[in-house]
Ligand binder design. Structure first.
Ligand code: MLT
Ligand code: ZN
Length: 477
């Protein structure tokens, strides 16, 4: 630390102390945590890529408490970093390194306010898996799923417009939000929880806040769509020669319409990584294939079982090999492999990771020809992608050459790799962030590659809705 940063850090501590004095009369003591050991795990993201500094964690349990925090934060010029399950892939919930912000955990706002067969009103800190179970108890389903279901909270999912493996049929988080409660600048509460189907009072605040990554206000509760529970489901694991074959299969399955709920593409390298690192996983097929697809089909009451549908669709398809799960346990085992990829990739050495989306027809070219081009540019690297082919969204990882330092992805080489990947994506009309958000990881790349129209609007909206600059500074824009 230079003398300058030390001096600024001390100034922040004085400011934060005055802010806490102001809050002392407004919040219960349990809502203000300053024990360093309790705070420590929340200062680093789950992959261990970003670490911040923070001496205070606020954990309100009501919307009024969040409003009091926002008002006091603006009055004292203290920045707030909202946090749910801390499962961001882009450092979106990690505080800055200069100690200028406090963490605002929404985890104690975890009540299910009401639930019925077609919607639930839940507070921001409700964990995805808890909501999924509560929906099942109503004979319904919350139609969004992802690997971090045991930690990710609905507030974070909405704030990042999360996607996952059910987007093909049901859309991203944006499609699940029917209404919202959020604390905006001035401690003012926006409330659309009544979930009007028609409401044309100008800009949709809900849709501005979805995907804003906590930079425009704090989401405190959501009204979320539930869909009828699954009657019958079955997954199939398919071995293939290349992503072109996978795309042809996806097009063939279009005939089954909504009955196909997920279509995931997995290179053999990712499968092998899961088998190596994740206990109780086994290869789904006897033979070995360079690429794999995981498909899930559902059928309704009175219809043929989904296993039969999959058999019909796959019987004369040009694929290598396939296994159709014959039990729920088998389907779960196949999904466990898919949902463990991220965890397995984390364990296996440095890689520059990209969450990109492309026009679907271009994905196979990107995963073959353009991946080879990237490897040629950066000798010793290995480029491949896995993910949601049905959505045109792949997690494109470029692994470092052997012997590279752990922080390779954040160094000059890793950044040059990411710049080339993002250039190719942009040229193809794609997006440099499909479902993980921008956070601190892609902020500079967004500014470099987004159109002037987009950047002008993002910056203007940020200035207007966060005039004191307290909402998740250093993220997104
Ligand atoms: C996934 O699809 O597994 C998640 O988005 C996380 C990841 O990028 O690995
Ligand atoms: Zn994903």
């Amino acid at each position: 630390w230079t003398k300058w940063t030390k001096c600024h850090f001390r100034a922040f501590l004085v400011t934060i102390a005055a802010f806490l004095d102001a809050l002392a009369g407004l919040l219960p003591a349990a809502a203000i945590v300053s024990d360093a050991d309790t705070i420590a795990p929340w200062l680093t993201d789950w992959r261990g890529r970003w670490s911040g500094v923070g001496s205070v964690l606020l954990q309100p349990s009501t919307t009024d408490e969040v409003a009091a925090i926002v008002e006091a934060a603006e009055a004292h010029g203290v920045a707030l970093v909202p946090q749910g399950g801390n499962s961001s892939m882009v450092g979106g919930a990690t505080p800055p390194a200069d100690g200028s912000a406090v963490l605002l955990s929404l985890r104690r706002m975890n009540r299910i306010r009401s639930i019925g067969s077609d919607h639930a009103v839940v507070e921001a800190g409700v964990i995805l898996e808890t909501l999924q179970r509560a929906a099942e108890a109503e004979g319904a389903r919350f139609p969004l799923d992802l690997g971090a279901r045991g930690s990710a909270t609905v507030g974070g999912l909405a704030s990042t417009n999360a996607g996952g493996t059910q987007v093909l049929r049901f859309g991203t988080m944006r499609a699940q939000v029917l209404g919202m409660e959020a604390v905006l600048s001035g401690g003012l509460v926006h409330d659309s929880l009544s979930g009007l189907k028609k409401d044309n009072r100008g800009f949709s605040l809900d849709h501005l806040l979805i995907g804003a990554e906590g930079t425009l206000g704090i989401v405190t509760a959501l009204r979320l769509r539930l869909v009828p529970g699954r009657v019958q489901r079955a997954a199939a694991w398919i071995g293939l020669d290349d992503p072109h074959q996978a795309l042809a299969l996806l097009r063939r399955l279009d005939a089954a319409g909504d009955r196909i709920e997920a279509f995931e593409l997995i290179p053999d390298a990712s499968l092998q990584r899961v088998l190596r690192h994740i206990p109780q996983t086994r290869a789904p097929l006897a033979g070995s294939w360079p690429w794999h697809v995981l498909v899930e089909a559902v059928t309704g009451a009175g219809e043929d079982p989904p296993e039969r549908l999959l058999e019909q669709l796959l019987s004369d398809a040009p694929i290598g090999d396939a296994v159709i799960a014959q039990s729920d346990a088998h389907t779960e085992a196949l999904w466990r492999i898919r949902h463990s990829i991220s965890e397995a990739e984390r364990t296996d050495g440095p890689a520059a990771q990209h969450d990109i989306s492309l026009p679907i027809d271009h994905v196979p070219v990107f995963l073959t020809e353009e991946a080879r081009l990237i490897e040629q540019h950066f000798p010793g690297t290995e480029a491949t992608g896995y993910g949601h082919l049905g959505d045109g969204n792949v997690h494109f990882h470029v692994r470092a050459p052997a012997g590279a330092p752990r922080d390779w992805a954040d160094g000059a080489k890793g950044k040059a790799v990411s710049a080339l990947v993002h250039d190719l994506v942009t040229e193809a009309g794609g997006s440099i962030s499909a479902e993980h958000g921008i956070g601190q990881m892609k902020k500079d790349e967004l500014a470099r590659l987004a159109s002037p129209a987009r950047m002008q609007a993002l910056r203007a909206i940020k200035r207007a809705m966060d005039p004191h600059g307290i909402f998740n500074p250093g993220k997104l824009v």
